[in-house]
Design a protein around this ligand. Structure first.
Ligand code: ADP
Ligand code: VHF
Length: 262
């Protein structure tokens, strides 16, 4: 092994895990499991932040639309999270790799004691060559009174986890190749932006919300995650999760998607 151990957080969004017809994207989940298991064998330390609980919950019940009621979304998340972890566990085991589940809320990382316990668990799992799979604990995450338990979404969660565990970088796998100067799903002349060394007002104004059926935050929350990473002096890469084997090229040092930070 010639490379220095690198700790990397990989985040994958719902739009990469669920097909436009609402079915689970087993191909992507399988390729992601293969790729992360291979990189883990090569000595990298990996943490997967995976969305998809609500999306997989919808697929499990054969529903087409995300319900508006919070408690219905939470019920779907608790159905889907178990189903999603079952698929991940099976796929990763095909590649001789164990995974573990961590469901977090904002306050868990905000309070020093629970934050430290969480970091201890992640560190121990990494020492055991197990890949932690993190998601928000959606069934209990509701903001009320002065309890702020929700992250705005998993882009923010992934950047907070990456900074807390002092990861070298965060890689966000989305349904889009990179950051563009405007939403390419709405503007056919949108131009790709490969490097963002600092977040200028111009870059911020390029980002808008999600225009896909199952995604939530769109580019706005990805730029927020980038800001968190850059403030901590770390890089974030945004690229397309359609074929997660793209991670091999990124780990080989190729420039892919948009790189935020210096
Ligand atoms: N400037 C932009 N560049 C690229 N994508 C953008 C931009 N502004 C908005 N988007 C939208 O953000 C979407 C990705 O976010 P989202 O749907 O939440 O995916 P994910 O499930 O991966 O988090 C893209 O499909 C695109 O429609
Ligand atoms: N915790 C939610 C994910 C919410 C979210 O951030 O989704 P996405 O924008 O697709 O990354 C779930 O698992 O359904």
């Amino acid at each position: 092994m010639t490379h220095k151990i690198q700790k990397v957080v990989v985040k994958i969004g719902t739009s990469s895990l669920v097909l436009p017809n609402g079915k689970i994207n087993l191909r992507t989940i399988d390729q992601l499991s293969f790729t992360l298991a291979t990189l883990n064998n090569q000595g990298y330390q990996l943490i997967l932040v995976s969305s998809g609980a609500i999306g997989v919950g919808l697929a499990s019940l054969g529903l087409k639309e995300r319900p508006a009621a919070i408690e219905e979304q939470q019920a779907l998340a608790s159905i889907g999270q178990a189903a999603l972890m079952r698929i991940y566990s099976q796929r990763f085991l095909d590649y001789q790799t164990h995974v573990a589940q961590l469901l977090l809320t904002r306050d868990v990382l905000a309070y020093p004691v629970s934050r430290q316990h969480t970091l201890n668990t992640i560190t121990t799992l990494l020492k055991q060559n197990v890949i932690p799979i993190v998601n928000e604990n959606d069934p209990v995450s509701v903001d009320e009174l002065d309890h702020h338990t929700t992250f705005s979404d998993n882009d923010e969660l992934s950047s907070q986890v990456a900074v807390a565990i002092d990861a070298d970088r965060l890689i966000i796998l989305s349904d889009i190749d990179a950051l563009y100067d405007k939403d390419p799903h709405k503007f056919s002349d949108a131009k790709i932006i490969n490097r963002v060394p600092i977040l200028t007002p111009e870059i911020k104004s390029a980002a808008s919300g999600s225009s896909t059926r199952f995604g939530t935050g769109g580019m706005v929350t990805k730029l927020r995650a980038a800001a968190t990473m850059m403030k901590a002096g770390k890089q974030m890469i945004l690229c397309n999760g359609r074929d997660p084997k793209i991670l091999f090229d990124i780990f080989d040092g190729q420039t892919i998607g948009t790189c935020f930070g210096k």
